[in-house]
Design a protein around this ligand. Sequence first.
Ligand code: C5P
Length: 237
Amino acid sequence: MEKREELYAGKAKSVYRTDDPDRFVMVFRDDTSAFDGEKKEQLNRKGMVNNRFNAFIMEKLEAAGIPTHFEGLLSETESLVKKLDMIPVECVVRNISAGSLCRRLGVEEGLELNPPTFELFLKNDAMHDPMINESLAVSFGWAKADELARMKELTYQVNDVLKALFDEAGMLLVDYKLEFGRAGGEIVLGDEFSPDGCRIWDKETRKKMDKDRFRQGLGDVIETYEEVGRRLGIRFD
Ligand code: C5P
């Protein structure tokens, strides 16, 4: 497999074409951004940590029967993934109130949400990823109704798998964002799962162990990502 030209550079990852038209290389960079790119920093080791973290989680999800684009680690910061036709809609599940939910509804952080909520956001930086619903997604052609139903089903399945995984390691999975794409007529989990795209709290102390450390200037961002990984059994050396 040969890595070819860069196809797309996001805020923290880049995607490269390969000599196989159905496979891409996803590169995890050290770049970190928040607030739609307003706050930016390079965090040493972040690319490596998130690449390994994502590989571990994607393998757990595959083992639980959730189709993902992940094919394998290529290097410290690179993974091989299946080419997907990405759906420009973000799926967010929340087990505990935090972040934009608190700002939008004026509710306090830390309320248990039972059953967990499911929200859709449009992937559109210029519009700050506005919240949408199924009707809007279908009417504008971003996704079909049956695709959205499958995305919701898979997003909740991911919750069952990962909530238990974090719980066993002494952590709470507060919320997370997933992105999906189409491949061979199937809905497949794409993008990444790392502490950049979810909220994780220590079960006892409720210490924030995710990107909120960067957003809120709490410090020890990557050290804490590594602690989350180590508790799950991931090795970073
Ligand atoms: O900001 P908000 O509270 O809506 O985020 C919910 C979850 O989705 C958080 O874990 C956040 O890190 C993640 N998210 C993301 N990328 C976005 C929006 C949200 O990873 N563009």
